[in-house]
Design a binder for this molecule. Sequence first.
Ligand code: B3K
Ligand code: ZN
Length: 867
Amino acid sequence: MRDGSPKTIYRKEYTAPAFTIADVDLTFAIHHGYTLVSSRLNLHRQRQDEAPWILDGEDLEIECIEIDGTPLQKHEYSYDGSQLTLPQIGDSCQLFTRVRIFPEANTALEGLYRSRTIYCTQCEAEGFRKITFFLDRPDVLAIFKVTVEADKASCPILLSNGNAVSQEDLSEGRYRSVWHDPWPKPCYLFALVAGDLESVSDTFTTTSGREVALNIFVEAKDVNYCDHAMDSLKRSMQWDEEVYGLEYDLDLFNIVAVDDFNMGAMENKGLNIFNTSCVLASPDITTDAGYLRIESIVAHEYFHNFSGNRVTCRDWFQLSLKEGFTVFRDSQFSADMNSPGVKRVEDVSFLRTHQFAEDAGPMAHPVRPDSFIEISNFYTLTVYEKGAEVVRMLHTLLGHELFIAGAKNYFESHDGKAVTCDDFVSAMEQVSGRDLRQFRRWYEQSGTPDLTIEDHYDPVTRLATLTVRQSNGLSADGSKKPPLHLPLAVGLVVNGESHTFEEGSTTRLLEVTEPSQVFQINNVDDKPVVSLLRGFSAPVRLKSADDDNTLAMLIGSDTDDFVKWDAMQRYASRVIEAQMRGESLSGAFVSAYRQVMSSDIDDAMKALLLMLPSEESLADRQAQQGYVDVFEIRAAREHIKKTLAAEFSEQWTAWYSSYDVSETYQANGRQIGRRALRHLALSYLCHAQPKALEWAGTLLSQADNLSDRLAALQVLVNTGDEPIRSAALDNFYEQWQHEALIVNQWFTLQAMRPSADTVEAVIQLQTHGAFDWRNPNKIRALVGGFASANPTAFHRKDGAGYALLGDVIARVQSANPQIAARLCTPLTRFRRYSQGVEAMQSQLERIAGLENLSRDVFEVVGKALEK
Ligand code: B3K
Ligand code: ZN
C-alpha cells in the first residue's frame, strides 16, 4: 500500500478553513521535461485558534519558500510529501514558493500533465495540490492571476482561466501570456493549457448585449470537427438565459480538446477541457448517439458555470449539489432540443440498469456520502444520475415556475459562496413555502426504495383505490430506514381511453410520505388500468401486479412514453423469463409486439419499444429474485429474439429496405429515429434472413456515416464466420486507422463480441499498434467494453475473463489509479452471480495484495471484499 494506511474522511468532521487565500499569483515556466511553478499567496488567518499553517502539496520538489520576502531555511518548515507545515506567523503573510513538477512523467492525468503534444491540467477534485502548495479544498475561493511561459514554436497557444491580459515574446524563442480571472474560485476550477493548437471561433451576444468570444482549440487535424460542439455551446448559452435567466459572465469562453483524459470533460472557469471523444464530431467519426452525447456534455460543462462555479460546494460530500443539479439541467436542455419522451426513456433505462446496480452493490452510498477514502471514487452514478433524479423530484413537487424561482433564489443568495445540499433544498423551501424536511432524506439514505402498489375498483361507488407501500431497506444498525417523500404521478386508462381527473388533467400527482398509504380516486366510470409512475416520477423499483393483460393495455393505450416503454420492457422480460423456465413464447406478447410495430408512434420511440431488455437489465431483475446466470439470460434472450425475427421477418425486411435514409446525413430526430429502426431491423434479420450478411456488407461499403457503418460492422463481426469477420475488421481498420476515435469504436466492437474466445482476442488486441496503455479512451474502449458490456465472455467459466481484468488492473493501477478503480466495478459485484464467485473474489484479493496499491483501488476493492 503506497499511502500507508489510508484515512477515511467523514462529512461530520467538516471544519471551516483556519485561514483563507484571497488572491493567487502563479507563474508557470514550462520546459522540456519539467515545469517550474512559482506562487505568491496572500494568507489571512480567519480563526483565532492556534491552528498551524498547513498547506496541501503532493510530491512537489521544493526549490524555495519565502515568507514576506524572507527565505525559509529547511529546518523552519516541514514537508512530508503531502502537507507543508509553516512556522507560526502572525495573522497574515505573503507566501512565495517555487516548486519543480514533471508533467511529462505524470501518468495519473491529474494535476499538470502532457497529452500527446499538449500540456493541460485536471484539478478536480484534488489535483491542484500536485501543481503547487495551496489549501486544496472547495471552500477556499481566491482570485487567480496566471502567467505562462513556454517555447513559442512548440507551444504557441498558452491559456488559463478568465480573460487574457497581455502577451509578449521573451528571449531564446520563449513566449509569455498573462491571464486574470475576476471571479473568485476554488482551485479545483483552475486550468492551464499550452500547446500547438488551432482554433475555431465564433461569438455569442448575451441578452444584455455583451459579446462573448467563443473558441474551440484542437490539434490541427481536427479543426473540421468543431461545428457541432460550437452550435451546442451557443444553444446552451441561449437556453440558460431563457430558462434560468443566467447570462454568461466573462468576455471569453474557451474549450480545449485533449486525447488523454480520465473522464468526459471539465468545467474549469472560462476554460473547459474536454476529452476529444466528447467534443469532436463529424458524420464519419461520430454516431447518432455521439452527436446527442456531445450536445449534452457541452451543455453540462457550460451550465456548471453557474451550478458549480459561481455557486460551489462547501466540501466534496456535497458533490451532488453541483453534479446532480447540472445533470438535471442538461437533461432538461436535451429534452427541449430533441424528443423529451425519447430522452426520458433513455435516461431512465441507463439509471435503472447501472445506478440501481451500484445502489445494490458494495459501493452503495447516499447522494450525499457520509465518508470516503478517495473522493475520485465518488464521481458515481448515484451522485450524478440519482442526484439528478432527486432534483427532478423537487421540480415535480414544486412545479416548473416555483422550481425556477427556487433556483434563482439559490443562485442569488449564494453567489460566490461554497454551500451545501441543504442550502439548495432550503432555497426551494423559501420560495415555495413547502416543508421539505422529509424530502431531505433522499440525500441521506442509500439504496433504491421499493414501491409496491395494489389497486382496487368498486363499481358501486365508482371509486378506484391505490394502496402504496414503500420500503427502504435497513440501516447499518438493523432498523428500518424511514419513509421518503416522493411524487407518484398516476393516470388511469378506462376502456382504452385516458381518464380525466376532477382537476381537469389526465395525470394526478400523489405525494407519498408514509410507509403505507391509501389514495382514492372518485368518479371512475369503469374498472381502470392504472398507469403508475408516469415520467418515472421517482427513482424507485416499482412492484405492481404486472399481469400480461394490464401490460398489453398500457402498451396499446397509455399516453405516457415512459409507462408504455416500461410496460413493454416488463412484458418482454416476463417472456424471456418464461423461456428460461422452458415455456414457449406467448401469442399475446406477439400480438402486443405486432401492435407496436404497426402503431403510428415516431420511429425513435418505436425502436426503443421494440428493443428487447438488455442482458444487464435482465440480470438486475434476476438479482432481485436470487442469483444471476448470464448464460441462461443470454440463451433465453437470443431465443426470443430469433422467434421475433422469424415471426416478423417481412416487416423487418420492409423497414430495412424502406428506411434507407437517402438524403445527406444529419443528426436530427427524424433521421436518427429512422436509422435506429433500420439498425434494429438488421439486427433481427441476421437471425432470419439469409441475405442479412450480404446487406450488412453493402451497408458498410456504401454508408456515408459512422452509425450505419458500425451497425453493419457489428452484424458482420457478431454473426459472420471467421473469414468474414476478419476481413470486415481488417478493411475497416485499414480505412479508419488515422482516426483515433473510430479506432476506439473498432476496439469496443471486438471486445463486445459475445463469444468465449473474445477473451483471447482482447488479450491479443492489447498488443495492437493502436492500443495505448496511457490513453484512458483506449483502455475503456477495449477492457471496459469487454468487462462491463460482454457478460458471457467476461464470466467465461474457466475464469479467464476475470484474470484478464485482474491483469489489466494490476498493470494500470499505480500509473493511473482513477481508471484502475473504475475498471474494478464488474469484479466488485461478484456476490450477485450463481457461478464464478470464488474466481472473481480471488482476483480482488490478488489486487488487494499488490504492492504500491493506490488509495483509489484500495477503497473500492476493500469495500467489495468486506461486505
Ligand atoms: N466535474 C467534472 C468531473 C471531475 C471528475 C474528477 N475525477 C466533470 C463534470 O461533471 O462536469
Ligand atoms: Zn458535472
